[in-house]
Design a protein around this ligand. Structure first.
Ligand code: SAH
Length: 259
């Protein structure tokens, strides 16, 4: 940064995939950015809004961790030292299961100015595009967002037992641990007949949605070869998709979104 001091780092939610789902504020910041530090899960089509910025990939792929979180934090600090407008573009919403909190804390620690720009989280965007209302007046009054993967040392996922007993359940990062997640839910009393869906690459033209029951979900997902990123939606509302699945009917399988 000219004259010492730091630039500002904006933690911007990119939305779940469809580039049209970024906020107006997020897009404005991309247009002004000197650097964009982007994720594996942020659609890189959004970089087109930042043609004059440096584009720095800080992706962590599920399974193959590319960059440790400390390294990403270091990159953000280094960018803020030399540039005035740094956009950290993160998939979905920056403060929902995306370690945005850790990044913001690292910036706060260094006294670097930052702002948070929320985004459409995958747990909201993917069900919308799959035609699954998360709540419905006559069916369920609550929705729980939960992670199926808790990181090293917390493999038991105790939160599944406390919060997952009723209502709609949206499970992030659950595909690799599907057998465990399903067994757990049945163990705490969810009926094996509960409708359940997996949405893979939600809101992208390649979106696929699989509908099953809690009892059959794991086997069906293995048969369909579902890979991350994918989100699980469990609850009676899943049945509404039969009438409401608009997106796959219109766009799925295309290379691009029609204008
Ligand atoms: N901050 C992100 C979540 C990061 S955790 C958000 O708010 O959406 C990563 C998990 O998010 C993935 O394992 C997957 O469960 C979910 N996810 C992200 N993008 C997705 C997409 N396009 N479709 C389905 N699931 C997605």
């Amino acid at each position: 940064m000219m004259g010492g001091g730091y630039g500002t780092v904006y933690l911007v939610g990119a939305g779940p995939g469809d580039p049209g789902l970024i906020t107006v504020r997020g897009r404005d910041l991309l247009e002004r950015a000197d650097a964009v530090v982007y994720d594996y899960l942020a659609n890189d089509a959004l970089l087109a809004y930042a043609p004059r910025a440096e584009h720095i990939f800080a992706g962590k792929r599920p399974g193959g961790h590319l960059l440790p979180q400390e390294e990403i934090n270091r990159i953000l600090v280094a960018c803020a030292r030399r540039l005035s407008c740094v956009v950290r573009l993160k998939g979905g919403d920056p403060f929902v299961f995306g370690r945005g909190g850790e990044e913001a804390l690292a910036l706060a620690d260094q006294g670097i100015p930052f702002e948070i720009v929320p985004g459409v989280t995958a747990g909201v965007g993917a069900p919308a595009y799959a035609g699954i209302p998360l709540t419905h007046r006559r069916i369920t009054q609550s929705v729980t967002f939960v992670t199926g993967h808790c990181g090293a040392g917390q493999d038991e996922g105790p939160e599944l037992s406390r919060l997952a007993e009723e209502g709609t359940l949206v499970v992030y990062m659950g595909v690799k641990r599907l057998a465990h997640v399903v067994a757990r839910l049945i163990a705490i009393g969810r009926s094996p007949a509960t409708p359940a869906a997996i949405v893979e690459w939600g809101t992208y033209p390649r979106q696929r949605t699989l509908v099953a029951t809690l009892a059959t979900l794991e086997e069906e997902s293995r048969r369909a070869v579902i890979d991350p990123p994918a989100i699980l939606i469990i609850g009676e509302v899943v049945a509404l998709r039969e009438q409401l699945h608009w997106f796959e009917r219109r766009w799925a399988g295309r290379e691009e979104y029609p204008a």
